[in-house]
Write a protein that binds this ligand. Structure first.
Ligand SMILES: [Zn+2]
Length: 650
């Protein structure tokens, strides 16, 4: 009866009251967390401090599927109601500062905190992803990003693991079996940025020019990959701090790769978590590296973490800025051509979106990622060109300083630019932020006028001028343009065109699939290139075109693994099995390929193995069992592809 009554009381109260952020302000949350990894169960003790801003009869904390064993308000037990999503606390609250709330809870987080490898002797990890989920699945807190709270995490976990969380490690106490790790934050943040990562790691530490420790985590077996993975980290950090003009706002900057991550990277405050598919050797670096994601998540430490959108309408203030500043950092490393080429690519993607009828306004909260990230970056590029770099930088600095540790809307930024430039931006805002249409011609005009690379590139049209195009590949034009030529006329490639850079040769490997006998020798040389994409395409195309030389090509590429998804090794096993060039080993090769479907492996390894086995119609019992397991995976893209494969089988 009590609960039914309370449910009624609390639900009416919920619907009639103002937003909780107007009524109560949580200022700090201290968590002491113990994790039983095998059971995927957590238990925590939380000390919160909050101010009451307006008289109210109830407050809440978001808390999903949690059991509370004790709730003490200002040292007294209180009446509570737990609706499975929120813990409501009833009381006669008057405006007061520094109220204390103590909670003790248990939970088995369904999402937001992920337990990797504990069921299958894999690489054991625990990590969190707050954005797009709810931190209240593992930590009673406020899911509304407009309440910024200082979070201090203390985590007790098995010895021999590293525990990484937001802020500075103040204390590490090693007990007989468990170690207690105490992290301290000095400033508040939105709860979606709270993070925890646990696993076996070593770390490399550098220090920024301004004295901030840059901690780069890696798996103990990956020491040779540290340099290529984290290449340019310090350079980009120093550059961004100077360019933004506001000191890095947190005590340190940690980057942690994890297995089976949901996205490329996530900019948790002072603790970026990223997918370990970006942990690369120096060959993989050529085709797939962490530089852009590294710069993007770092830029978010200011744009997103220091100042945070009030709602999705202003999402470009996070993603547009992070994309734009990442590009500025990359320009510092790779040069002007790189910068303009990326902007040009962004514009092409947005043009295609526009042609498909999917353009939306930048301020539409339902916009695509392309709009938030890439249109956002292009708009900032245009704005910076319009008001000039110095003025733009003054505006950004004022904007960040005025709203630091607070929430922001587009008008706050625009006001600062108007003030710094003494210019009204009404027309600009209408055209680029509010208008649904994408004004491609205007962007192209700007890029053409600013960059010779883009200007030259736009003049190339091989469908119209074929004879001229043949000369392009041995001329001075940029690699990006040569790649466009190859894509437009792969069958006109000549022997001397192979004398180009590794990227242009890669385009040849990928586009010239029917190899003329006269180019056989040149094409075979692609197998020596230091690019896993090039070798993958070249191996496949060579065997397809010259089957009698299969054994020669296979022997040559036998030991190559490729990217983290083992692209070359898996293709190699597939080719060995379908061509049967090593008949005596086919059983062990099949076993190896099937073993890659196991949950012990990264989902990208598994995805590729499923595809090859499906291509051979050879997904056996073990593979099918692993496919059924994959159809329940936490990564929705992988789960979807596994489900589709399962359906095709039935
Ligand atoms: Zn981002």
């Amino acid at each position: 009866m009590k609960y039914i009554f309370l449910a009624f009381f609390f639900s009416t109260s919920f619907f009639t009251r103002a937003q909780q952020t107007d009524v109560v302000d949580f200022t700090s949350i201290e968590l002491k967390l113990e994790i039983a990894s095998e059971l995927k169960r957590i238990s925590g003790k939380v000390n919160c401090t909050f101010d009451i801003l307006k008289e109210t009869d109830s407050i809440y904390l978001d808390a999903r599927a949690m059991t509370f064993n004790s709730v003490v308000l200002n040292e007294e037990e209180v009446e509570t109601y737990n609706d499975g999503k929120r813990l409501w606390i009833k009381g006669d609250f008057k405006p007061t500062d520094k109220n204390k709330l103590f909670l003790e809870y248990d939970a088995m987080p369904k999402k937001t905190m992920y337990f990797i490898g504990w069921d299958n002797e894999g690489q054991n990890q625990i990590w969190t992803q707050g954005q797009g989920k709810y931190t209240s699945h593992w930590l009673p807190s406020i899911d509304d990003m407009n309440d910024k709270i200082e979070f201090d995490l203390n985590v007790i976990f098995n010895n021999d693991y590293e525990v990484i969380a937001n802020g500075k490690l103040m204390d590490k106490h090693i007990g007989k079996e468990k170690t207690s790790w105490s992290y301290d934050m000095k400033q508040p943040m939105s709860s979606y940025l709270v993070a925890l990562a646990i696993g076996k790691y070593d770390k490399k530490i550098e220090t920024s020019k301004s004295g901030i420790p840059l901690e780069m985590y890696y798996y103990p077996g990956d020491s040779t990959k540290v340099e290529p993975t984290y290449r340019y980290t310090k350079t980009m950090f120093d550059f961004l701090e100077k360019e933004i003009g506001v000191s890095y706002p947190w005590q340190n900057y940690k980057q942690v790769p994890v297995k089976d991550f949901l996205y490329s990277g996530m900019e948790n405050t002072s603790t970026t978590i990223f997918s370990d598919t970006f942990v690369v050797d120096s060959i993989a670096f050529v085709d797939k590296n962490y530089v852009n994601v590294n710069a993007h998540e770092l830029a978010h430490q200011w744009f997103g973490d220091l100042v945070t959108e009030t709602s999705g309408t202003h999402h470009w203030l996070q993603e547009g800025f992070a994309t734009f500043y990442a590009l500025l950092a990359e320009r510092h490393v790779f040069g002007e051509d790189y910068y303009y080429w990326r902007l040009y690519e962004y514009a092409q993607e947005l043009l295609a979106q526009d042609k498909a009828g999917h353009s939306t306004a930048l301020l539409d909260p339902k916009s695509s990622s392309a709009t938030f990230y890439k249109k956002g970056a292009l708009v900032l590029h245009l704005l910076r060109e319009k008001v000039g770099r110095t003025t733009f930088n003054v505006a950004v600095k004022n904007y960040l300083e005025k709203y630091k540790y607070k929430n922001v809307e587009t008008k706050h930024f625009i006001n600062e630019v108007e003030e710094a430039s003494d210019e009204k931006l009404t027309t600009f805002v209408q055209r680029w932020l509010r208008d649904k249409d994408f004004h491609y011609e205007e962007i192209e005009y700007h890029l053409r006028a600013s960059s010779n690379l883009i200007k030259g590139h736009l003049q190339i049209d091989c469908e119209a001028y074929t004879s001229k195009c043949e000369e392009y590949l041995t001329s001075w034009i940029a690699d990006e343009s040569k790649i466009k030529v190859i894509e437009q006329m792969p069958n006109r490639i000549k022997a001397e065109d192979f004398k180009n850079s590794i990227k242009v040769r890669q385009a040849i490997a990928q586009n010239l699939t029917k190899i003329p006998l006269g180019l056989k020798k040149e094409y075979e040389s692609l197998l020596n290139d230091k690019s896993y994409l090039t070798v993958e395409s070249a191996l496949y195309n060579l065997i397809n075109n010259f089957p009698s030389d299969t054994r020669k090509y296979m022997d040559k590429t036998k030991g190559i693994v490729g990217f983290n998804d083992r692209n070359i090794r898996q293709l190699w096993l597939f080719l060995a099995l379908v061509t049967d060039v090593y008949p005596e080993q086919s059983e062990s090769f099949f076993k190896e390929l099937t073993s890659y479907t196991s949950p012990k492996h990264h989902f990208e390894v598994r995805e590729l193995a499923f595809q090859f086995l499906k291509g051979m119609r050879s997904c056996n019992e073990e593979c099918t069992k692993n496919l059924e397991d994959a159809a329940k995976h936490h990564n929705w893209r992988f789960k979807k592809s596994a489900k589709e494969l399962l359906e095709q089988r039935q």
